[in-house]
Design a protein around this ligand. Sequence first.
Ligand code: C6P
Length: 407
Amino acid sequence: MGLNPEKIQKDFRILNQLVNDEALVYLDNAATTQKPKQVLDALRTYYEKDNANVHRGVHTLAERATSDFEAAREKVRRFINAKSTKEILWTRGTTQSLNWVAQFAGQMLQSGDEILISVMEHHSNLVPWQQVAKATGAKLVFVYLKDNQLDMDDLRSKLTDKTKIVSIAHVSNVLGLMNPIKEITELAHQHKALMVVDGAQSTPHMAIDMQKLGVDFFAFSGHKMMGPTGIGVLYGKQELLEKFEPIEFGGEMIDFVYEDHSTWTELPWKFEAGTPNIAGAIGLGAAIDYINELGIKNIHQHVAELVDYIMPKLQKIEGLTIYGPRENKLRAGVIAFNIEGLHPHDVATALDMQGIAIRAGHHCAQPLLNYFGVSATARASFYLYNTKAECDKLVEAIIETKKYFGV
Ligand code: C6P
């Protein structure tokens, strides 16, 4: 079943507006997605009917809030096919999830150990590793690219018994490239390294299966898959989460507290200190329901069709450089580009004047942009509510922009 984006847009009131006197075309989905009415309704219903703190009260509202909050955790578990809700930790988003994993790693890394990451990582999957390497004396080792894809030969040659962690993006937020995570996980495990995946850009677009992928940790954000901001997930294998110490301490995560020491409660709450983002979790649960109703495979297929549709049109524009894999089937809805003679910020501003929202900048991936010898790119990113007509509008607007600036 193909998606009907025009019908889907009706669930997103925000999309039905003029920007600079033009109908809004929202193509900044890799930064954050818009939220459907169903998610906004879930937030409103929670605050209007059920708002209470979770796991603390015995009154009716507290029980309802707790049950909805934990039901959302179960929705996440099913969505990514984790074995148990003990493996689903609520965080603020991918960034916090990856910081936690780096802190866990800090509990086991020793001087001389190696952390293998790629040059395409978002700063959230790089800076925490730099910090933990500094603190432990471990070494950060980079895998580079070949033909705009992860160089698997480079990865194989750098993966040794010194490697304790491999941490790679499932989908690059600049290249749109889908990395072969299952294969990398098998390689990492052959060397007894832990496999960490930054799933910020993959979870909104493709079926994710923790048991099939076999990864040890997997991080993602609610706001990139139509959920609210400020809620995200860290999946971790239960046996690992049992071993590591919590990163944050306080209410909710304890079993007993004595004057001089404390003991921790069971998973997953052992890691969730303080009042959590209850509404956020419930909102993310509603976003998962929305995705399930449409089908994640249909969403993937729809975005793939948009990429197939627009790529040849973009490739015909003189002076346009497109970053990322040559084969469209390796690209998950992200197209970063530059126009010769124009700064990407000027491109983004000119497109905004025509009602089109894209992102320009380094996309929090400066080592990758350095690798390409540029300081910034423009980036259009697509999702389930985008249409072929919007693709045409982007192509026409880029041509207009070139004419306007005389390049
Ligand atoms: N990328 C983008 O415009 P947070 O901010 O914690 O929700 O997600 C961080 C993050 C981690 N990894 C990848 C691959 C990402 O793309 C992002 C967020 C946004 O590309 C904002 S910089």
